[in-house]
Design a protein around this ligand. Structure first.
Ligand code: HEC
Length: 172
């Protein structure tokens, strides 16, 4: 019966080892693959379904557009909740293949800020998740005025974090 404890130790090793790494959120990959695509879809839909005053016009919302808005708002909600739930943050996946970051991006400086202020980063991530929750609720409610407000107020929530963690040099 000596094999039982050995097997148990091997299994425990398998379960415990990956728990540390998957909890790290790779910001650049998260932005490019998870956060940005549904946001662009929402902003594009807003342009397509806008009245003369820049408000969401339900008369311009076809079933296909509602389906797309449902999907994009749900996707943004789950993507931002994933980011908010992470235990630690890194600027990018060292094994990633996204190529060059946008001009002016200093990945090493971003990494240093993330390591110095993880709670602050997390607070911005929670703010985005809360905003995405409201946007999703507005879409579920089919409330054009609420959807307009949440879609218009989304960009400042992105910018608030970018100002601090991406391009703070501009504000010194
Ligand atoms: C909690 C902080 C935070 C929030 C909120 C946030 N971002 Fe970012 N974002 C970053 C950081 C940090 C970078 C630079 C990281 C990098 O590219 O390594 C970045 C980079 C990006 C990039 C460039 C990615 C690249 O390298 O090509 C895009 C696009 C982007 N964000 C879109 C968005 C949008 C859209 C939102 C809002 C819906 C948003 N972000 C909200 C932190 C945030």
């Amino acid at each position: 019966m000596r094999w039982i404890p050995i097997a148990a130790i091997a299994l425990a090793g398998c379960v415990a080892a990956p728990a540390i790494i998957p909890d790290t959120y790779y910001v650049r990959e998260g932005m490019v693959h998870a956060i940005n695509p549904p946001t662009e879809a929402i902003w594009n839909l807003q342009v397509e379904a806008m009245d003369d005053y820049g408000n969401f016009d339900p008369a311009l919302m076809t079933q296909a557009r509602w389906d797309a808005l449902d999907a994009a708002s749900a996707q943004l909600l789950s993507a931002s909740q994933d980011m908010a739930a992470a235990g630690s943050y890194a600027s990018h996946d060292p094994a990633g293949n996204l190529g060059d970051a946008p001009e002016g991006t200093d990945l090493a400086a971003i990494e240093a800020r993330l390591k110095a202020n993880p709670q602050s980063y997390n607070a911005f991530a929670v703010a985005l998740a809360n905003h995405a929750q409201q946007l999703s609720a507005a879409v579920d409610a089919r409330d054009p005025e609420w959807i307009t407000r949440m879609a218009n107020d989304l960009q400042p929530v992105c910018k608030a974090c970018h100002d601090v963690f991406w391009y703070p040099e501009e504000y010194r």
